[in-house]
Structures are given as C-alpha cells and as structure tokens.
Design a protein around this ligand. Structure first.
Ligand SMILES: [Zn+2]
Length: 265
C-alpha cells in the first residue's frame, strides 16, 4: 500500500480503530455496508483507506458531534449522519485548518434519539447526549456490545464550550449519563473520541458518580492554563473553570454552570 497518514487496528469482529489526524475514527462493518464513525481532520482520503480494510462497501460516515476534528473527513463519503446541531458547524474548518482543502460538499442525514443506522445484521442506535458539545450523540452497537461515546465519555471530558455563554451544566451531563446507563445491559465497551478504545463500560458509572459528587458540592480545582492554549480554542473566563479528578476520570467544567438546567442556544 502507498504510504498513508492512517494506521488502524482491529478492535472487535468487523470493527477497526483508524487513526490519522484529529479524533479517533471507527470502521464498523455489517453484512450490507460499513460506516466510519467520526472522520478526523486529516486531508487524506479516509474513506479510501477504510475501504482497504473490508470488501463490504464503505460509503457513509456518522459523527458523534459537530467539532471539526471529528467531521473534517466527511467529504470523502457519500453521506454523513449527524445531529441537527452538528450540521450548524460540521462544515466549518477550525481557523488553523481554514487554508487546507477539505471536500465539504457532502450530503447529510439528520439523526436524533432512537434513529437506527442499519448496516445489515448490525445497527447503530442514536442517543442524544449534549454536554461537551450541544450536538453530541452516542451510537450503541448491540452486536459487539460497544457504545461509541465521542467526547462525552473518554479519558477526560471537557464540559465547557469555547465561548462565553451559555455553558453546559453538570446537571445536564448527569442526565445524559443516566440515559446511557438505561441501556447498560446492552454494552460492555466504550470507544471514545480520542483516548479510550474498548474501555470497560463501568467508565459510564464512574463518570456519573463523579458528576454527582460535583452536584453535591465537591468542587474541582481552579483551572490553570499551562503553556500556550491551542490557537483554535479560546478559554473564556478561566477564573470560573474547574478541573476535577475522581477514580481515573477527569471533568473540566464551569463553576457557574453546575445545577442550572437552562440549556439553550
Ligand atoms: Zn469535541
């Protein structure tokens, strides 16, 4: 194979982790078709790379949320499945990537709670879990018992947006985790957006405990910025940002947005 930025490894039957630039990508293949969950933001053709891993056609992508490090490769696919809120930003490269040439004219299918992407003998069910991003959804794959959680359940979870207001709340995050735990009998593994791959699903319980501790008044440490913050991100009002660690999980959040359920654009 000619040299490529991508590398991959099988993580379950008919399931691969693909890494290039940006987020983790996951190729999930059924009897009829494959899908790539999150497409990173490498400029190289990730669909073509994914197709080298299977003979089943891979024509569609699906995004856990609209951040460009998860959507930048969508344009290599015929169609991308994402939430309505994701579509608002999915085709806008981060400032540092604006000069690069991304294919952005792809078709989009909007999905939300309960929608199913059918791969043939294997499905992805959508669960809306907006916190790290207002556009976040998780995909539950029951055959191999994997929950693709994007940036909402991973090694660390950033519960603030790169803007002033509004901000996501710990309370909203708790509701999301409770929603995921209602399906807990159907998955054993978490595949996250950047770090955790096939992690034990008890991670969801750990994050719920963690979030509930913050709700109960146990506040995280004042956040300190070390070194230069990446150019694409702006941290507003750092004095309100907290960093909280519990049982190997990490939450970053805004201390003004713990309980309020007010959560709107
Ligand atoms: Zn993100």
């Amino acid at each position: 194979m000619p040299s490529t930025i991508f590398h991959s490894k099988p993580i379950a039957p008919q399931t691969w982790l693909i890494q290039g630039d940006g987020s983790n990508s996951y190729l999930v293949v059924g009897e009829k078709q494959g899908v790539v969950i999150d497409t990173g933001f490498a400029t190289e053709n990730i669909r073509q790379y994914a197709q080298t891993l299977t003979d089943i056609p891979v024509r569609i992508a699906a995004n856990t949320h609209g951040h460009f490090d998860h959507t930048g490769g969508n344009g290599w696919f015929e169609r991308a499945y994402m939430s309505a809120r994701a579509l608002e930003i999915a085709k806008t490269p981060y400032p540092s990537k604006a000069a690069l040439d991304y294919p952005l004219k792809y078709l989009v299918t909007i999905v939300g709670d309960g929608d199913i992407i059918d791969l043939g003998g294997r499905t992805l069910e959508v669960f809306e879990i907006p916190a790290h991003a207002p556009s976040s959804i998780a995909f539950l794959e029951r055959k191999e018992r994997i929950l693709f959680s994007g940036d909402e359940v991973d090694k660390g979870v950033m519960l603030y947006w790169m803007q002033d207001e509004p901000q996501p709340t710990i309370e909203q995050y708790t509701l999301n985790l409770e929603k995921l735990l209602q399906q807990r009998k159907d998955y054993d593994f978490i595949c996250g957006g950047h770090e955790h791959v096939m992690a034990d699903a008890s991670l969801v319980e750990d994050y719920l405990e963690h979030a509930r501790r913050i709700l109960s008044g146990i506040e995280g440490e004042q956040m300190v910025l070390q070194g230069e913050f990446p150019a694409d991100f702006h941290m507003y009002q750092i004095e309100f940002k907290r960093s909280s660690t519990y049982k190997g999980t990490w939450l970053g959040y805004d201390s003004r947005y713990v309980r309020s359920k007010v959560y709107a654009r």
